[in-house]
Design a protein around this ligand. Sequence first.
Ligand code: 1GP
Length: 242
Amino acid sequence: MKNNLSPIHPLDQWISQIKQGQKQLSVLVDPDKCPLEMVPELLRNLPRQTSHLFVGGSTVAPGLTQDLVRTIKNLSNLPLWIFPGDAEQISPLADGLLFLSLVSGNNPEYLIGQQARAAAILRTMQLPTIATAYLLIDGGVDSAVARVTGTHPLAIDDPEKILNRAMAAYHMGAKAIYLEAGSGAHNPVPAEIIRRVKMATDLPLIVGGGLRELDQIHNAWSAGADMVVVGTAMEEVLSLTQ
Ligand code: 1GP
């Protein structure tokens, strides 16, 4: 039972922010690309709209995530959610965990395998989770997600398939949807797809991949994204991308 001292679950807080019409921007920090000594500069350079930080990556060396989360939490009050490439990236110091299921693909390892490993880790800590259906959409590049998970992105000219996958996740109990064009995507998720997924599911909607310009971010918000995620553009500001 909740008492007055219980922290608000990040999902409840997020839903109430969405109901108030607040659009959100999350900056994705990849532990493989952000050395700990860069964290103060990263935090100084965050766009003023930044509401959240995501930490995670497709291929992160063990241990790096914990150190990065600890360093960020010492310096910033922004809510920090783990956006894990695999179960080893879970950190008890975070404020929440996107409990992802890669429903765009048919690889059982990313539909239930990693999730079972994550469940075992979660039994040892108290970390709020947000059940999130993760859909990889073709962004015009070979994405790390496709490579690491051995799955194909969904084609943008087949919106019915995208909708069916999103709706299946809704019926399976997903609490949020994440439309991902892939890091460094040439083409962000099209507005029409964002609009249709939002209308069909009415779930909190995260959109990321290839968002660089302010107008792209505003387009995603206007189409129905509640939160957009920016990674590469921020890395470029800090010269972290080779
Ligand atoms: C988050 O993978 C994205 O959804 C980040 O993409 O690196 O292209 O911003 P970018």
